[in-house]
Design a binder for this molecule. Structure first.
Ligand code: 6PG
Length: 485
């Protein structure tokens, strides 16, 4: 018997994906550069389904039925290129290579072009949900041709998470579209995590609450509008106790956030598309600041003066009613900032689709994020509803549901941002999201002044509110205005 699908790269994610495929009736060819990983998989899980292990790429390709379909799950960058080329050398016309790693979408565009020129299909497929998702049902974002989707679609649907009865996978668009959408997913993930972190910080350093008490608050929030995987695991992390010391786990973890690049790509890409993803940007920079170990140490030594959060908020913290109200304000600030971050992320997908000539169904993107992925949340049903109406609108913030939600939240949101500033608790995503919202709703922006400055120092010209065309004022001379030809 030949395999209908293959997996190359049997580290945690690849092995889980292979097992998931086998659990769903697929016959799975498996290959790993070092055979020991293949052996481990076969020894520990070989009986869970039909696997065909191979020791060489040639054997692996021969064990696949045509059109041969191989999913690569190796490290992004050079290792991925190496495996793609090895496979392409032995594969034949019509075969399909799927890169399921977190590849940079421009690499995917390049690879698709190269592989297509060799008569093969190349599909860049975003996979979200971590190890558990890969094993039990991830959310998947494949790009590539319609033709490759015909073969790949049913296989991916067989292993995807299911939300509201629908598999969490859809053909996103051609070439790099899938990896683009996965990249933005990760950017949103960063913002989502940061707004949760800011909420925690306000409760911990501001209100002086213990981790377990905060864990209970998140557990409560998880029952409402904020219901989501990230809120759920936040509660779990905060109630965890360190085995070694008996201290709250959160207090023994170094406060320097790591990152592997997808958030940075989201922001870099947004910058080049001139699409403001301020929430995601601030989330990436907040991780960056946390990891500036030397600079932070020096700041401690130099004692940069400022308010003490706990002292500043003591009055609220010591009054049960005021405390309860402030915690509710934080919940609303989180919710509003989260809406802004998603609105910005979806706007970036729209801008990317325009730039790279993809047709992306934003409603479908929201639907496949409802299950399996890291940002899965009840909230995504609302986004799916918003885009599902089929009307085109410029921002999620204009959809009646979200417009109302932000309007309801905004008094709380403003109170939290000002209290945080007064108390010296950094809330970069809360405050930048609020600035975005206020920027968007402003009738007149001070950009007019910037235009004036640009024209004065560099004759960059400006537009007038009352007449079309480009104008320049002779600032150094007669002060007269001239219309550009
Ligand atoms: C997912 C995650 C996954 C990974 C991130 C983490 O969707 O399953 O997004 O892709 O956890 O890449 O990224 P950082 O290491 O940059 O936080």
């Amino acid at each position: 018997e030949q395999a209908n699908i293959g997996v190359v790269g049997l580290a945690a994610m690849g092995a889980s994906l292979a097992r998931n495929l086998a659990h769903h009736g697929n016959t799975v060819a498996v290959f790993n550069r070092h055979y020991s990983r293949t052996e481990t998989l076969m020894n520990e899980h070989g009986s869970e389904g039909k696997f065909i292990p191979s020791k060489t790429v040639e054997e692996f390709v021969q064990s696949l039925a045509k059109p041969r379909t191989a999913i690569i799950m190796v490290q992004a960058g050079a290792p991925t290129d190496a495996v793609i080329n090895e496979l392409a050398d032995v594969m034949e016309k019509g075969d399909i290579i799927v890169d399921a790693g977190n590849a940079y979408f421009k690499d995917t565009i390049r690879r698709e072009k190269e592989i297509r020129a060799r008569g093969l299909h190349f599909v860049g497929c975003g996979v979200s949900g971590g190890e558990e998702g890969a094993l039990l049902g991830p959310s998947m974002m494949p790009g590539g041709t319609d033709e490759s989707w015909k073969t790949l679609g049913p296989i991916l649907k067989s292993i995807a998470a299911v939300a509201e009865g629908e598999p969490c996978v859809t053909h996103i668009g051609t070439d790099g579209a899938g990896h683009f959408v996965k990249m933005v997913h990760n950017g949103i993930e960063y913002a989502d995590m940061q707004v949760i972190a800011e909420s925690y910080d306000l409760m911990r350093r501001g209100l002086g609450m213990a981790p377990q008490e905060i864990s209970d608050v998140f557990a409560e929030w998880n029952k409402g509008d904020l219901n989501s995987y990230l809120i759920e695991i936040t509660s779990q992390v905060l109630s965890h106790v360190d085995e070694k010391t008996g201290k709250p786990f959160i207090d023994i973890v170094t406060d320097q956030a790591g990152m592997k690049g997808t958030g940075t790509w989201t922001v870099q890409t947004a910058l080049s598309l001139a699409t403001p993803v301020t929430g995601i940007g601030e989330a990436v920079f907040a991780r960056g600041l946390s990891s500036e170990a030397e600079l932070r140490k020096e700041a401690q030594e130099k004692v940069l003066q400022g308010p003490d959060p706990t002292e500043s908020l003591a009055k609220i913290a010591n009054d049960a009613d005021a405390k309860k109200a402030f915690i509710e304000d934080i919940r609303q600030a989180l919710y509003a900032s989260k809406i802004v971050a998603y609105a910005q992320g979806f706007t970036e997908i729209e801008a990317g689709a325009k730039e790279y000539d993809w047709t992306i169904d934003l409603g479908a993107v929201a639907r496949i994020w409802r299950g399996g992925c890291i940002i899965r949340a009840k909230f995504l049903n609302r986004i799916s509803d918003a885009y599902g109406k089929g009307e085109s609108f410029g921002s999620l913030l204009f959809d009646s549901f979200f417009k109302q939600a932000v309007e309801n939240a905004q008094d709380s949101w403003r109170r939290v941002v000002s209290a945080a500033a007064q108390a010296g608790v950094p809330v970069p995503v809360f405050s930048s999201s609020l600035a975005y919202y206020d920027g968007l709703r402003s009738k007149r922006l001070p950009a007019a002044l910037i235009q004036g400055q640009r024209d004065l120092f560099g004759a960059h010209t400006y537009g007038r509110v009352d007449e079309p065309g480009a104008f320049h004022t002779l600032w150094a001379g007669t002060q007269k205005e001239i219309k550009q030809p």
